[in-house]
Write a protein that binds this ligand. Structure first.
Ligand code: ACO
Length: 431
């Protein structure tokens, strides 16, 4: 990290502390408070990390006010249009776009690691037959540490590499198997002649009685959904992966922790919740009722797919996702899909409403993704597993970056204690 040239001065009572200020490549300056407790004997209080940088990173940048998202300096809109998922994976992992030969090698490496250990099939069968695919994924990905002992030593760079490729390559297979298991169909093995997105679609929709022929436009749309979800700097699940890894936990355990965090409706689970909400609204005439509920402080209902901790402008991923929704639905001949009509009208009415404008609440990536996924044939329960498989490369890139950081320390926040003062134990007969 570069030397700081500026300082902030903090005065607490009769103590004055000089705090270094770092200037990032982009984004606001960051005050370094690492020595604050040692010098002034106080902690900072920031639940939800609204003003706290937990690490320094070179992977992804977001300007939430301007609605900008870049990976290694490349704008997400340009990547979604001109690149494809595995190339973006290479970029996130290595910092630079690959040469043609590097890309060919990387794609071959991923393609050749898509099968999972055959014995893991038994592990799937231990779950209830109607288990949510996310529940199965948390368990199965965590269980990978019981199958791939040769890639759990985080001190060995080669093992870290092997674990990374295994996770990126096997996640579509695991997600598809979790789905197949939940609907009582046999598992479909990956095929090396298909690209990453087509392979996933086939593993989800093919059955022994009838092969699934992948439409290239659907495969492109699937690939774009993966690209748009690949990384998003220090979001809740990525921070979970980093925190789990800071203790030295193995990569499979860390990624399982990330999947668990992603599942919640405030994070990756929002795409499922959003489509369910759009269906509940059903017809455009009911939109005002739901907007009124979202604004009512006494009603816990929120407009799912709206609002974001960082974006106070359009989520650039939502813009691409909306275009994709139009393309996919047209291809499938369902451009008059009533749910898409509800979504478009809801977006329009919410954006015109002063409540959403004042609070800077805009559609996020999840607002349109569910409509595309449903049109492709996925049930809502598969929306978050698809997000998890796409985000795996982001988690891995951030995990690798953290392990290479010479300043790595175990993550251990402090607290503002509001509980009872020290008191004497009262014997049970006296209570
Ligand atoms: N509908 C109605 N009101 C909302 C919404 C919403 N979707 N989102 C935020 N608000 C309001 C809050 O009530 C709050 O109002 P107040 O200041 O009067 O109390 C204000 O906007 C700020 O909201 P916070 O919850 O404090 O903002 P935070 O940054 O903590 O939350 C979050 C961000 C969780 C994404 C929130 O906007 C939300 O719950 N959205 C719906 C769920 C969703 O779509 N999540 C996906 C996020 S993107 C992703 O993970 C891929």
């Amino acid at each position: 990290m570069a030397e700081s040239t500026k300082h902030a001065t903090l005065t607490i009572g009769d103590k004055t502390v000089e705090l270094p200020i770092f200037t990032p490549t982009a984004g606001p300056d960051v005050i370094d408070i690492r020595k604050l407790y040692a010098q002034a004997g106080v902690f900072t209080y920031d639940p939800g990390f609204t003003s706290t940088a937990s690490c320094d990173s070179t992977i992804t940048f977001i300007d939430g006010d301007e609605g900008i998202l870049t990976h290694r300096g490349y704008a997400i809109g340009e990547l979604a249009e001109k690149s494809h998922y595995l190339e973006v994976c290479y970029l996130l992992l290595n910092g630079e776009l690959p040469s043609p030969a590097e890309l060919e090698d990387f794609e071959a490496l991923v393609t050749n690691h898509t099968m999972i250990h055959e014995q893991m099939h038994n592990f799937f069968r231990g779950f209830r037959r109607d288990a949510h695919p996310m529940a199965t994924m948390v368990g199965v990905v965590g269980a990978m540490s019981a199958f791939y002992h040769d890639s759990t030593d985080i001190a060995d760079p080669w093992q870290r590499e092997v674990a990374s490729i295994r996770l990126i390559a096997k996640m579509p297979t695991i997600a598809a198997m979790a789905y197949k298991y939940s609907i009582g169909q046999p598992f479909v093995y990956p095929r090396n002649d298909l690209d990453y997105a087509s392979n996933f679609l086939r593993m989800c929709f093919s059955v022994p009685a009838e092969d699934y022929v992948v439409d290239p436009i659907l495969s492109r749309a699937m690939d774009r959904i993966f690209t748009l979800h690949a990384d998003h700097e220090q979001n809740a699940s990525t921070s979970t992966v980093r925190l789990a890894s800071s203790s030295g936990a193995n990569p499979f355990a860390c990624i399982a922790a990330g999947i668990a965090c992603l599942w919640g409706p405030a994070h990756g689970g929002a795409n499922q919740a959003c489509l369910e909400m759009l269906k509940e609204i059903g017809t455009p005439d009911r939109i005002p009722e739901f907007i009124a509920r979202a604004k009512d402080k006494n009603d816990p209902f929120r407009l799912m797919g709206f609002g974001h901790r960082v974006y106070k402008n359009f989520d650039p991923r939502a813009t691409v996702m909306k275009q994709s929704a139009d393309e996919v639905l047209e291809l499938l001949g369902v451009e008059n899909n009533p749910i898409l009509q509800v979504a478009k009208e809801l977006e329009k009415q919410a954006l015109e409403d002063p409540y959403f404008a004042d609070k800077k609440l805009f559609p996020n990536v999840d607002f349109y993704s569910g409509i595309i996924l449903e049109a492709m044939g996925f049930p809502t329960s598969m929306f978050t597993p698809i997000f998890a498989l796409a985000r795996t490369v982001g988690w891995i890139s951030q995990w690798k970056e953290q392990l290479n950081d010479p300043q790595l320390k175990i993550g251990r926040p402090r607290q503002l204690y509001q509980g009872a003062d020290l008191r004497a134990y009262v014997d049970i007969e006296k209570r």
